[in-house]
Design a protein around this ligand. Structure first.
Ligand SMILES: C[S@@+](CC[C@H](N)C(=O)[O-])C[C@H]1O[C@@H](n2cnc3c(N)ncnc32)[C@H](O)[C@@H]1O
Length: 244
């Protein structure tokens, strides 16, 4: 996938306004429970990593984007997190951990199964005995991409020092249970400037995810269909896996 939205400093600076703490944050905070060692892979701007550190967890936040990590480091409790610029290869420096988390649909960034499998194996290797990996992927059955039009997805955010920004998605190509390509358009009201960032996300079914997890050495998986821990049903928006 094009990583412009994470590596362009002007777009990375909008991430927190577009992705504030929500039900997914609460889900992961309550999931990990008692103070633990945690690796947050694809930690982005560090919202969850810092909230975990605030609660007494020992957290390593890993992300390949220097721009996202730059924002993460400056957050409250950012000084309590160990930040590593890298990908799954860096998990070796975080482990052994009780949890590996991949939140914000990071799992969908891995377009081909080989890369995703390599990541899952690295997570398995970093976990101490009894440790677990948790992540979510959008359920292809819910066809989220059908809402990725300007009419359905337009949002207006006000960002300090930037002003009002209009943001929307434009679907380019959807191949269900495969790769969905779309653009995100950012229109800066103060200048009228528009930036277009191309993205690609892989949508995998629960069976595909379960197969890859098994190949990577995970034997027990709890599945949830949404942040309220409801079971996976035909219309569930999410496929949330907690695997040990
Ligand atoms: C949608 S953001 C999610 C950020 C954060 N986890 C959250 O929940 O807000 C996806 C993040 O994955 C990171 N990323 C991209 N490629 C990656 C890779 N190969 N391994 C780990 N993280 C990656 C991006 O830099 C970005 O910060």
């Amino acid at each position: 996938m094009s990583s412009t939205i994470y590596t362009d400093p002007r777009l990375a600076a909008l991430y927190d306004a577009l992705n504030p703490a929500a039900a997914d944050t609460e889900f992961y905070l309550s999931l990990v429970g008692a103070p633990a060692r945690i690796a947050d892979l694809g930690c982005g701007t560090g919202l969850l990593a810092c909230a975990l550190a605030e609660r007494g967890h020992r957290v390593t936040g890993i992300d390949p984007s220097a721009q996202m990590l730059g924002i993460a480091r400056k957050r409250p409790h950012g000084d309590a997190v160990r930040w590593i610029e890298g990908d799954a290869g860096a998990l070796a420096f975080a482990g052994p951990v009780d949890w590996v988390l991949m939140t914000g649909h990071v799992a969908q960034i891995f377009l081909d199964d080989d890369t995703f499998l390599k990541t899952l194996r690295a997570a398995r290797y970093a976990l101490r005995q009894g440790g677990r990996l948790a992540f979510e992927s959008r359920n292809p059955a819910a066809r989220a991409w059908e809402d990725w039009s300007k009419a359905e997805s337009l949002r207006r955010i006000d960002v300090e020092g930037v002003g009002r920004v209009e943001v929307w998605n434009e679907l380019r190509e959807a191949r269900p249970t495969s790769v969905v390509r779309f653009d995100t358009v950012y229109r800066f009201e103060s200048t009228g400037e528009e930036r277009v960032a191309a993205s690609e996300l892989r949508f995998r079914s629960r069976d595909e995810l379960a197969g890859l997890l098994a190949t990577a050495g995970f034997s027990a998986i709890d599945w949830y269909g949404d942040w309220d821990r409801s079971p996976v049903g035909a219309g569930s928006r999410e496929l949330i896996a907690v695997a040990g």
